[in-house]
Design a binder for this molecule. Sequence first.
Ligand code: NAD
Length: 250
Amino acid sequence: MLAGKRALVTGSTSGIGLAVARALKAKGASIVLNGLGDPDEIERLREELDADFKGANLMDPGAIAAMMEEVGVVDVLVNNAGMQHVAPVEDFPPEKWDAILALNLTAAFHTTRLAVPGMKAAGWGRIINTASAHSLAASPFKSAYVATKHAIAGFTKTIALELAEHGVTANCISPGYVWTPLVENQIPDTMAARGMTREEVINDVLLAGQPTKKFVQPEDVGAMAVFLCSQAADNITGANFSMDGGWTAK
Ligand code: NAD
């Protein structure tokens, strides 16, 4: 389905981005991985996916420009890299605010503006942004994250309109809690901090807002990304797909 297409997935050395890269690869796309992490592990992933790897720090617009220049034409752009910081607004470190805006929002502007000319020239393209349930609803103490996720949904709708007549679609996927190493690693500390069992942490803390009481699996997000790249999705643009176990239905 995606043979001959090149997909750049940002933040694909771990979690959701890696699952999306694997899913697009399974449909024949050639993959460009991006992200941070252990060089040996990244090399293992690069070999597994027969992929290119670009280690650009996406908080640096100059590094993004250099990466996009090296990669050349991108047919599928998945803006996925993101970070979180949890603190009351009056204690929120300004440098964390700036970092979260740079990674979760501004990086997607730069990759998109640099990928769009090639997509327009090709008359086909897919831009998929990993937003979040927090693009639609807020939680306390996540001011920067929620601001960026609402903003990426607005950005996505805007570029969808701009590109609508060029064969290029732009959509968001908005997961609730996804079972990634990042989430799994929080469980032992939360058990200790709250004096809870593993099951209590999972059900009463992590999944409290997710009515299905089930984590979204990274592979589910990969499958949605594949669908959005399919011909059946040619006329789906500017949409924001919730995959949150009913969180934002409440
Ligand atoms: P993760 O921490 O497992 O992966 C984050 C990826 O981003 C990694 O590959 C990391 O190396 C990369 N990255 C971090 N800083 C970077 C930088 N400065 N430059 C380049 N790459 C950088 O997280 P995840 O859970 O897979 O999250 C991926 C996306 O999904 C994020 O945008 C996140 O907000 C969103 N999301 C996650 C969840 C969840 O529950 N895990 C829910 C909703 C949305």
